[in-house]
Design a protein around this ligand. Structure first.
Ligand code: SAM
Length: 273
């Protein structure tokens, strides 16, 4: 398993922390067990103001987005990691959720969820595949229908890929996805890659073999270059992406330089019907 798999335990630990709050903005009853000691240790190791808060905000933002679009019938989580939305979200009848990630990681998750007696609330299918390889074949083999619209979610993934691989991934989805499909996820800013405030965190990620590799200060341009038209863009702390979690009010303006920033996006593919 590639070292980046450990980052899935880190984000699970962040969800476990949020879930323990009395005013939790979501509850993931399995996050603690899926994070394990490794995840909790990494959460402490990578902690920086705003990091845990951003993961909470991102989770809730994409929970709401998935609830709104689950009616499309097909949802693909690209790099699902230790995500438990198959268990903890309500799903409409007939919804199929594909979870793509490294095969070993998904096997470990399935084993642990089974031990915990978790039950999927949708038709959930694990797809072990490399997202820089022939994942479309693996997805089709699992039953994904390219002719039907799909909600694609790239959460906590794109900055762990080199820019050409991130581009290729999104271009391939745009080329394969039926009209009416939606892509949502998050991107790191280029500022995050060079800011003095993220230097130590990035050094630790690099030391652990899973550095951030790519960020952009122009998310709309990047996504449109990959075939996706941005329909919503939020930075944490902005209206609709705060949930009372963001430590800085007001949030930094987008044009501020020298500070780490993240973008949450929703995009449409505009292939003609
Ligand atoms: N989406 C989950 C979340 O938010 O908790 C997991 C995010 S975790 C930070 C990054 C995930 O990307 C890991 O589960 C890792 O295995 C997966 N990943 C990174 N590169 C990958 C690749 N080339 N193929 C498949 N999965 C990959």
């Amino acid at each position: 398993m590639h070292a980046v798999a450990a980052t899935a335990r880190w984000t699970a630990a962040a969800r476990a922390k949020e879930s323990r709050r009395e005013d939790a903005i979501f509850t993931d009853p399995y996050a603690d067990q899926l994070a394990g000691l490794e995840g909790t240790t990494l959460f402490a190791r990578y902690d920086n103001p705003g990091v845990g808060e951003f993961i909470s905000i991102r989770t809730r933002y994409l929970d709401d987005l998935i609830r709104r679009h689950a009616g499309l019938g097909q949802v693909v989580l690209l790099a699902a990691g230790m995500d438990t939305r198959s268990v903890r979200l309500p799903w409409p009848p007939g919804a199929v959720l594909y979870e793509v990630d490294q095969a070993d990681l998904l096997e470990e998750k399935d084993k642990r969820l089974a031990e915990l007696g978790a039950r999927h609330a949708c038709d959930r299918r694990a797809v072990g595949a490399d997202l820089t390889g022939d994942w479309p074949a693996a997805l089709r083999e699992a039953g994904w229908d390219p002719a039907a619209p799909t909600l694609w979610v790239a959460e906590g993934l794109l900055f762990y890929l080199p820019e050409p691989a991130a581009r290729l991934l999104l271009e391939r989805i745009a080329g394969a996805a039926a009209p009416g499909s939606v892509l949502a996820g998050d991107l790191l800013s280029h500022q995050s890659m060079i800011s003095e405030f993220s230097r130590e965190g990035l050094r630790r990620l690099t030391e652990d073999g899973c550095p951030w590799l790519f960020g952009t200060d122009e998310p709309e341009e990047f996504l449109s270059g990959c075939g996706w038209r941005v329909t919503e863009l939020r930075m944490p702390g902005e209206e609709g992406a705060s949930y009372g979690r963001w430590p800085w009010n007001p949030p930094l303006p987008r044009e501020a330089k020298g500070f780490p920033q993240n973008f949450l996006f929703v995009a449409a593919n505009d292939r003609p019907l």
